[in-house]
Design a protein around this ligand. Structure first.
Ligand code: GLN
Length: 496
């Protein structure tokens, strides 16, 4: 660490991006490689190797995803109160490496053990690296959203590479190798972060750093490490029995709301208003993710049932599920920097839409995208096979919705949360994703054709009818957000 580096020196950087952002960019890129690599493998692995039925695998997948994002709240909380962002990240990264190694050794027998390590590890890693990006900027720096957009591109470079490579390695060579790769890549992520610490000055140190009782309270850290290991057997049980996941989801949300209410009561009126605004964003994001995350569920079945591989000049063929898994990431990589630059250019002209309006726009894009998914039915042949091009077009539009909401959401959490609650609020933001994932599964299940021997055409009709409904609800949510924007802006005070 460079002890000379002051926070103000870091925050008064020249140019578009602080140089520390690149370290966080690469560390998160590798972490997401590992995360999405594993995510892309899970369902397939459970069906093909663990011999689960498709419906059980889907539920199991939903449970895993919900747990991963739910633990980000815990990880954020412990970072704020005890570990600080840096130790949380290192600890989370270490747990993820261990989890991946366990899976690499024996993915079948140790499946849930490896997954549980990854759940807790991601909880400590994911929200806190995002919060650290926010600390690189002064409160009123207009370059913050652009920085989060760049960071978001890194997430998607990792997602694209990991999502493609791991499943490829698993299917072609061996599953041990696929999980082994996630362990290697996660090690690169942790090493990158460890190296970056010298440039971070005081950022991310423990909240007890420099306090007179620092040495005496050092055991808090050890207790946190021990506690997070002790919880792993509980998670193994809960994640492997999906009805326990339901109870978990019924409980964790209300408990966290009570906790945030308690923190709000202890805050100043100005902080309280900002936290209330943050909660509006968080609640709307649940709806957003519940629709968006159809991509991992119903849309992947749609791709499998109602789309055909596309041959590029007869040279090679593009698999519809590959398109479903990777087109979104590819579009994010292409468009996130451009949109980031657009926000900066608009800000320079004082024309940048504020965050509430961006969220509203995000929902309008979401509505348009689901309308296009619905409209694929007009391009279908009599067998129910429809156009891969139109389907990909919907992913292009949904990506713009994601870019108006997801990186902006990360950014606004760091702006609206008082310093002492940065990690918790980032955890709340990702907890919304947990509920989104959970709801996405329920919505997807509700859209399946009720016919026992459904043909591809029946499935197309049934899913696209569901997508039409989602388009309508997304439109309503967008309009409501735009309508309440003056109120939310008032709560946000000087934050844009
Ligand atoms: N795709 C983004 C990421 O992995 C957002 C995920 C989410 O918040 N649901 O970071």
């Amino acid at each position: 660490m460079n002890p000379q580096l002051e926070l103000s020196q870091i925050q008064t950087f020249e140019g578009k991006y602080p140089k520390q952002l690149w370290w966080l960019f690469f560390s998160e890129m590798w972490e997401r490689f590992s995360f999405y690599g594993m995510r892309g493998v899970l369902t397939f692995f459970m069906v093909n190797q663990l011999m689960m039925s498709e419906s059980v695998a889907n539920l199991q997948y939903g449970a895993t995803q919900a747990f991963v994002y739910a633990f980000t709240f815990v990880g954020g909380l412990f970072a704020d109160k005890i570990l600080g962002f840096r130790r949380s990240l290192m600890w989370g990264g270490l747990l993820m490496i261990i989890g991946s190694l366990i899976l690499a050794v024996d993915p079948k027998d140790y499946f849930f053990i490896g997954i549980a390590f990854n759940i807790v590890g991601t909880g400590f890693f994911k929200p806190n690296i995002s919060s650290m990006v926010g600390t690189l900027y002064k409160d009123d720096d207009v370059r913050r959203d652009a920085g989060f957009s760049l960071f978001y591109s890194g997430i998607n470079v990792g997602a694209l590479l990991g999502g493609y490579l791991c499943v490829y390695l698993g299917k072609t060579y061996s599953w041990n190798l696929a999980f082994g790769l996630t362990a290697i890549v996660m090690t690169i992520s942790v090493a990158t972060f460890a190296f970056s610490q010298r440039y971070l000055g005081p950022i991310g140190l423990s909240p007890r750093h420099g306090q007179p009782d620092e040495a005496k309270t050092r055991w808090y850290d050890w207790a946190t490490y021990a506690g997070s290991l002790a919880i792993i057997p509980v998670i193994i049980t809960m994640v492997s029995k999906t009805d326990l996941t339901d109870y978990f989801m019924y409980t964790i949300g209300p408990l966290t709301l009570i906790y945030v209410g308690y923190e709000m009561a202890r805050s100043t009126p100005d902080e309280r208003k900002k936290l209330a605004a943050a909660m509006v964003f968080i609640l709307f994001s649940i709806i957003f993710w519940a629709f968006f995350e159809q991509s991992g569920g119903s849309l992947s079945l749609f791709a499998a049932n109602n789309l055909e591989p596309y041959s590029v000049f007869g040279w090679f063929s593009i698999d519809p599920n590959g398109v479903n898994n990777s087109s979104n990431s590819l579009f994010v990589i292409i468009f996130a920097p451009l949109l980031g630059l657009l926000w900066v250019a608009l800000a320079a002209r004082k024309r940048e839409p504020n965050t509430v309006v961006k969220f509203g726009l995000g929902f309008l894009f979401l509505a348009a995208a689901f309308w296009i998914f619905f409209a694929t039915r007009f391009f279908a042949n009599e067998k129910g096979i429809t156009s891969l091009g139109v389907f990909t077009g919907a992913y292009l539009v949904i990506t713009f919705g994601e870019l108006c909401l997801s990186p902006i959401g990360l950014s606004i959490m760091t702006k609206l949360s008082p310093k002492k609650l940065q990690g918790v609020m980032m955890g709340m933001w990702f907890l919304a994703s947990a509920y989104g994932q959970y709801a996405a599964g329920l919505l997807g299940a509700g859209m399946t054709s009720p016919l026992p021997e459904a043909t591809p055409l029946d499935k197309l009709t049934s899913y696209t009818a569901g997508y039409q409904q989602l388009a309508l609800y997304a439109l309503v949510a967008g309009v409501v957000l735009l309508a309440i924007s003056p109120l939310v802006r008032k709560l946000m005070g000087e934050v844009k």
